[in-house]
Each structure stands twice: as structure tokens, then as C-alpha cells.
Design a protein around this ligand. Sequence first.
Ligand code: PLP
Length: 417
Amino acid sequence: MSIFETLESEVRSYSRGWPTVFDRAQGSWLYSEDGKPYLDFFAGAGALNYGHNHPVLKKALIDYISRDGVTHSLDMFTVAKRDFLETLNEVILQPRSMEYKVIFPGPGGANAVEAALKLARKVTGKESVINFTNAFHGMTLGALSVTGNSMKRGGAGIPLVHATPMPYDQYFDGAYPDFLYFERLLEDSGSGLNEPAAVIVETVQGEGGINAARLEWLKGLSDLCKRHNILLILDDVQMGCGRTGPFFSFEEAGIEPDMICLSKSIGGYGLPMAITLIRPDLDVWAPGEHNGTFRGISPAFVTAAEALRTYWRDDELEKSTKAKGERIGTVFNEIVEAYPESNLVAKGRGLARGLEFPSGELAGKVCAAAFDRGLLMETSGPDSEVVKLLPALTTTDDEIEKGLGIIKDSVESVLAR
Ligand code: PLP
């Protein structure tokens, strides 16, 4: 038995589907300790949008460490944090005429969500939050209370309260007009719905099965929130930083969320970092009211700023992400058509793509077959029934084709049996 099996908790999960020991990584490739290459279409669950050990970011990081730049700094002022804030403002916020203040919560996505939920409740004096079916917002108790998955919710060990789930886009396959149920409950004084402080939503539900909300649905939701004076929290932890094309995944919907949660790829290099962007008039915190030791990991600020400068001064990355995503969508549609009796469904937007199988067992077998062929991809969805692709946005066209070839072979090896 390896040290992992004897000493590490049973809670580990990814290592079960990929039973090898990884050592090195570069771009879209991970290498096991015995040198076997794996094409990585998982990309740290969206934390590695610019690939592994990106040379430009690595140089900035090594330079910073070599000159003894501050590593840990709570929320003290540092040169690295100033550079990050200035770059975020200049490269991302100002060109989009976005006016937000920046909270540095703890470094994970759940930390960014907790900050948003707490602030929404503080600002409005209301407890209730609306979430959506199949949402995923993190594993801390507040974030879990607005998460759909029953297995993950069960881990809380206490009742998860003050959240009310509503149907996400297409939950009823278009059988009812959008928001019919939600708006009716809001307007009916007999509905029993507690007045919500906020709505929290993902534009594409990554963990929930790559469910891409239509842009008009997102716009409709934003309008509904405005009509009813409900704060809109946009959780862009997984779909932000270019995953669907534009820097923010909601840009094409033309909406202006009241709060935006970012983590995963905001640090650029896979280093832990999160931010919550808030409308300036919502900034009613007392100093230290929301706190944490690891809010100022300066090496992550360095790589975050460098990533913004490298990739977001023009729209090259956005365009190539959309083109690569469409290519994957085309091949997924071909696979769907090749197995009409299997009822597969192609899903997604940008470089967040999914292939839905009738069962989690089949999807898991396809991922296992892909692993044997040197490709890493995971499953998502309530029953793990969706094969999920999140390649680094920097993955080359040749690498995309190589991965798609492996996926075709893997699907065939499972379905043609
Ligand atoms: N929000 C969304 C949309 C996510 O996809 C995730 C993680 O997958 C989280 C929040 C939680 O992030 P973390 O695992 O860093 O706490």
C-alpha cells in the first residue's frame, strides 16, 4: 500500500480516477514520475486556464521570489497587491466601464462566495438567498447551503438553511415560461417565500453538469432581480477568467451583477487566490468584520497581474477560446450522431464542454478509458453522468485534435462493446 493509501484520508477523490503519481507539468501536459505524458483536459478544475507553469508567469514569479518579495502579508499594503489592483483596474474593469471594489477573502472559491453571502445579508438585513437546481458554490457551510448536490450537502452534518432553490434555465425543458414559478412566489403574499437578500447564480454550471444558461435567461434573471430589489451574486469562480470566451462569463448577457466571485484562474499560475468584486455602495463592512490569514498571498498577486497583462489587453484569447470550443462542440455533436441509440447530449459554451451519458457508470468508463490512453478528464453532474472538458485556454489546436481523437476512441471502446 502506498503512503497515499495508508496515510491520506479516504476523502481524496481525483486520485482514484487517475491512479498514478504526477511529478512535472508544462502547458497542457502532466507527466507521471515514470515519465508517462498525460494530456490535461481538466486543468485544475479550471484553475489553470493558462496551462501548467506558463513560462512568462513563471519568470515573474521566480524574479519576485529571488528578490525576496514579500510572500505573506495578510491584508497589508504591498507592492505586489498594488500592481495587481492597478492592473485589474486598467486591463479589466475600466475598459468595461465596470465600477467595483475588491474584497480579498480567503484564497478558495468558497471563500469568495462566503464573503458575498455575508455581505448581501448584512446590506439587506435579510437572511434568505435564492440558489438554483444543480448549483455548486463550494464546500464551506454557507456555500454548501446554496449548492444543489445532495451527497455534498449531506456532508454538512447540520441542516443547511436560509436558501431556497429555484429551477435553473431549461430545468423543465422549456415547458414553462422562464421565471414563472419564481416571480409568482415573489409576488404572492401567501407563497411563504422569505424575502430574499440575494440570488446566486453560475452562467454555466460546471460541477452541475455543464449546463449553460441561455444569455437571454441570464438577462431575464438580472431584470427580475432589479424589479424585486434583490442583489445578484454572479459566481464566476469556474467560468470566469476567459473559460467561456470573454474575461467574465456574463459579459455577453449584458448584465451588471451586484457582486462577482472569482477564484481558480484569477491567480494565473494555479496559486491560491480569490476576490469578490462588489458594487461600491455595498461596501458597508466594518474593518476586520470579514477576515482570514491567507488573504494576501503576494506570489499569486504577481502571477495574477502578469496573466492579465499577457492575455487580456486584446481579444486574441477570447477569439481562440471560442473557436476551440466550437471545434469541440462540432466533434461532440458528431459523437452524439454516431450513437443515436445511446441518447448522448453535447453541452457547454466556450472551452467548458460536456458530453452527457445516460448514466454515471458509462461516463466514468469513458473517463477511465481516456486515462488509459493518456488523457485526463473528469465527470460532473448530479449523477456524474457528464464527461466534462476544461482544457487550458492555451491548449494548441493540435493538442485539441489529439484529445478529441482519444475521446472518440474512448467512447467507442465503451459504447461499441
Ligand atoms: N463556485 C464555483 C462555481 C465552483 O465551481 C467552485 C469549485 O469548483 C467553487 C465555487 C468553490 O471553489 P473552491 O473549491 O476553490 O472553494
